[in-house]
Ligand binder design. Structure first.
Ligand SMILES: [Zn+2]
Length: 236
């Protein structure tokens, strides 16, 4: 039996358990999950309203700019009105003034509508803010209760991490690196147990020569999946 491989086997067991415990940390309990969903939906809605206020405000600035331009145009033609020399020029200037006034009026109406929309969205945020604050408080309490309930799990995880570190320190650095490389590439199984003369991970048969190497305590890789082989437990 190769003792380094034995340690790596133990390391693998500990890492697998750590993975499943860490996963349990992320599973939301029902009590938290429902308030979490509500809070997330309410936050999204608020975010959407805030965004629409920003968009509308930008639109308002654009309309306002266009309105000022139009008022300049209007002033220009009103100035020309003073300088006309005949009825024809007078009529032409009036036509321009009319057009500019009409456009300015349209822009003013557009600006009023945008302002009303901004107010509407702001009102919606304000109306919802009492409920939102309450929901946020519920969310924070539920989150804290959930995190608090994970205390034992965290202690277990901490113990496992200490154990993992101790095992890692007891194996040669290069072997540790090799182990982690395979562990990552091969779905969390770097060391495969030999079961009935076959690789426990990929089921490829272990040739007698390889079996002999294992028995001599050599480090052997599976010919099927390139994982480290961990010899069959010999009955005492
Ligand atoms: Zn294999």
């Amino acid at each position: 039996m190769n003792h380094d491989v034995e340690k790596l086997w133990e390391l693998q067991q500990a890492l697998t358990e750590l993975g499943s415990l860490e996963h349990r940390l992320t599973i939301k309990p029902e009590e938290f999950s429902s308030v979490d969903d509500q809070y997330t939906a309410a936050s999204d809605e608020r975010g959407r309203l805030t965004q629409s206020i920003e968009d509308l405000s930008r639109e308002r600035r654009r309309v306002d700019g266009a309105l000022q331009d139009q008022q300049e145009v209007l002033k220009k033609y009103q100035g020309q009105l003073m300088l006309v020399k005949n009825q024809q020029q007078y009529a032409a200037a009036w036509k321009e003034i009319d057009g500019a006034r009409r456009q300015a009026k349209e822009l003013e109406e557009a600006e009023l509508k945008v302002m009303a929309d901004v107010e509407g969205a702001q009102q919606q945020i304000e109306d919802g803010s009492g409920g939102f604050d309450q929901l946020k408080e519920q969310y924070e309490q539920a989150h804290e209760a959930w995190q608090h309930s994970l205390g034992d799990l965290r202690t277990e995880i901490e113990k496992l991490r200490v154990k993992i570190e101790a095992i890692e320190q007891s194996v040669p650095e290069s072997l540790k690196r090799e182990f982690h490389k395979i562990f990552k590439q091969r779905q969390g199984i770097a060391v495969a147990r030999v079961i009935n003369e076959s690789c426990g991970a990929c089921r490829v048969h272990i040739r007698p020569a390889v079996s002999q190497q294992l028995k001599r305590g050599e480090m052997v890789f599976c010919e099927g999946c390139r994982r480290l082989l961990y010899g069959e437990k010999v009955a005492p």
